[in-house]
Design a protein around this ligand. Structure first.
Ligand SMILES: NC(=O)c1ccc[n+]([C@@H]2O[C@H](COP(=O)([O-])OP(=O)(O)OC[C@H]3O[C@@H](n4cnc5c(N)ncnc54)[C@H](O)[C@@H]3O)[C@@H](O)[C@H]2O)c1
Length: 249
């Protein structure tokens, strides 16, 4: 039996990397998936490849840092497929690697808007409906940087720590209402986001992984599929690692 038969999912930052792998996995598990990204053309291309395989996926444009854009994406998803059962807050940027003294206000503000404010806006846009239906799953893609802190990635580490705090707080707020809220903390996963960083920064992160390799997007997607399903029935407010053993707490 597919894990997510006819569940409705909204996945952000879904045109490539981890988000695209999540879209494919949820759709293969039977979900109807709205895949949204800032890069609409890329999203349309990837969705066409998935629908050609018989999967139920639509493409949309959304800037996750804009309330208007997020509310429009939620409305379109619900008019296409019905109420959203699963929200995956995946969109994010790494920002540029730089020491604290070299960071600009724009570096900080942009990172916070895309990596943290987005989680607030997207979750707020679906929470009333989930509360009314007493059912829902919100899955936030945080980062090991939010648990351990990566030097030269202060805005990113701060935003991702914020995502973990947000996850814990919201999970407790809605725990009695059939809504599960969890986060995932990947270490280095092989996606285009690594191009935003210097090779030295990537090497710093990979060296800290006991399994001695980078992760793959489909490995993150497998954990998301479980978190989105009824199989995940006694886990909420957690941040689960997918880090090759980098953090063991
Ligand atoms: N790859 C890693 O090593 C790694 C590790 C830990 C956490 N993460 C997190 O996983 C998530 C996905 O990362 P990835 O590696 O797949 O990155 P990626 O750069 O490959 O993909 C990110 C996607 O988000 C989209 N995006 C960027 N800004 C957006 C916005 N304002 N609105 C909507 N979409 C936007 C991009 O267009 C892109 O398609 C991010 O939250 C990232 O922080 C990644």
């Amino acid at each position: 039996m597919p894990l997510l038969e006819k569940k409705v999912a909204l996945v952000t930052g879904a045109a490539r990397g981890i988000g695209l792998a999540i879209v494919e996995r949820l759709a293969r598990e039977g979900a109807h998936v709205a895949a949204v990204d800032l890069d609409y053309d890329a999203q349309v291309r990837e969705v066409a490849a998935l629908t050609a395989q018989g999967l139920t996926v639509t493409a949309g444009q959304c800037d996750v840092g804009s309330r208007v854009s997020v509310e429009a994406a939620v409305a379109t998803t619900e008019s296409t497929y019905g109420p959203i059962d699963i929200l995956v807050n995946n969109a994010g940027i790494a920002g540029r690697a730089a020491p604290l003294e070299d960071l600009t206000d724009a570096d900080w503000d942009n990172l916070m808007r895309i990596d943290l404010t987005s989680v607030f806006l997207c979750s707020q846009a679906v929470i009333r409906g989930m509360k009314a239906r007493k059912s829902g799953r919100i899955i936030n893609i945080a980062s090991i940087a939010g648990k351990e802190g990566n030097p030269n990635m202060i805005p990113y580490s701060s935003a991702k720590a914020g995502v973990i705090g947000f996850t814990k707080a919201l999970a407790k707020e809605v725990a009695q209402l059939g809504i599960y809220v969890n986060a995932i903390a990947p270490a280095v996963i092989e996606t285009p986001i690594l191009q935003q960083l210097t090779p030295a920064q990537v090497q710093y992160m990979v060296q800290r992984i006991p399994l001695g390799r980078v992760g793959q997007p489909h490995e993150v997607a497998a954990l998301v599929a479980w978190m989105a399903s009824d199989e995940c029935s006694f886990t909420t407010g957690q941040c689960l690692d997918i880090s090759g053993g980098r953090a063991t707490y």
